[in-house]
Design a protein around this ligand. Structure first.
Ligand SMILES: NC(=O)c1ccc[n+]([C@@H]2O[C@H](COP(=O)([O-])OP(=O)(O)OC[C@H]3O[C@@H](n4cnc5c(N)ncnc54)[C@H](OP(=O)(O)O)[C@@H]3O)[C@@H](O)[C@H]2O)c1
Length: 272
């Protein structure tokens, strides 16, 4: 990859940023697609985010931002336009900078996660899913799983009020589906998803007791550093099928690149 004065920049907003792996997938892909662009990590604390965002509005060679822990909800509020899931659930994992410095946000985590599962041969339609977490990634995943036809979705989160709020929003979007909060207990589910940040730090506890995992279930991760988390190791030791966090980024990296780097539409330029 050659960086020149014409290279467009994509910023990866995170806090912390040390664990980020998206650049290792995004940068080779955009080079293969023939874009002159680069993704670089920015470690920005939640309290500094509004100032950093105000600065990003002024950067004329900025294509946009990719957003991860813990900024997805805050970035959705800072965006000037939200589309699709981002508008429905108030979370964004990507925002495109328009020529006048406004930002249009989207959420591809759900699509990425579901594509990753399907590509690995794990169907979603009709399945019973336990989702651990109700943050930005988990919110997108919950939506993606229901859109893909999951029959039963139980959500557990440390902060129960966030799980309740997510369930309320999803019930409105998917009337008639079985959607509820529940305990961190894997018994009776086909797919168990760790959608929390637990597993990133060596001292983290497991997000659920692995002895609750029933036979035949698929245990999936969002955490991709380490590549095989302690939860996945525990599931593997019980003879279960595991699905690594990396599948979620490979499932969405092209969606991110297409959204960030496609030419501006006349309506976007005309809004200046
Ligand atoms: N593989 C991929 O492509 C991909 C894409 C996006 C994100 N991710 C990963 O997904 C993870 C979550 O990201 P996010 O953007 O959703 O972050 P977020 O919005 O900050 O949400 C964090 C989630 O983790 C929970 N959590 C954090 N620390 C916890 C603890 N000590 N005990 C119990 N629960 C805890 C939070 O619970 P509370 O609500 O109670 O705080 C919340 O549910 C990160 O590890 C990120 O790297 C992976």
């Amino acid at each position: 990859m050659k960086i020149t004065g014409k290279t467009r920049v994509v910023v990866h907003l995170a806090y912390p940023a040390k664990h980020l792996r998206t650049p290792e997938f995004f940068n080779p892909l955009v080079a293969r697609l023939g874009h002159d662009a680069v993704l670089i990590p920015w470690e920005v604390s939640p309290s500094a985010l509004p100032d950093a965002w105000a600065g990003l509005r002024k950067v004329e060679n900025l294509a946009g931002v990719i957003v991860t822990v813990p900024h997805k909800q805050a970035v959705a509020q800072l965006c000037d336009e939200l589309e699709g899931t981002a508008a429905a659930l108030g979370v964004a994992n990507v925002a495109r900078r328009l020529p006048d410095g406004r930002f249009a946000g989207r959420m591809f985590d759900g699509d990425g996660f579901v594509r990753g599962l399907l590509n690995a041969g794990h169907p979603v339609e009709g399945k019973r899913v336990l989702l651990l977490g109700a943050g930005g990634a988990a919110t997108g995943i919950a939506h993606g799983l229901l859109a893909a036809g999951a029959a039963d979705l139980a959500i557990y989160n440390r902060s129960n009020d966030k799980a309740e709020a997510l369930v309320t929003a999803l019930v409105r979007l998917y009337p008639g589906r079985r959607i509820r909060t529940g305990p961190a207990d894997g018994a009776g589910f086909d797919i168990i998803v760790n959608g929390t940040a637990l597993g990133l730090r060596t001292e983290d506890p497991l997000p659920l007791d692995p002895s609750s995992l029933g036979p035949g279930s698929v245990v999936a991760e969002v955490v991709m550093n380490p590549d095989v988390t302690p939860l996945l190791l525990a599931a593997q030791m019980r003879g279960l099928t595991i699905h690594r966090g990396v599948h979620m980024i490979t499932g969405q990296v092209q969606l991110l690149a297409d959204f960030l780097l496609s030419p501006f539409q006349p309506s976007e330029v005309g809004a200046q």
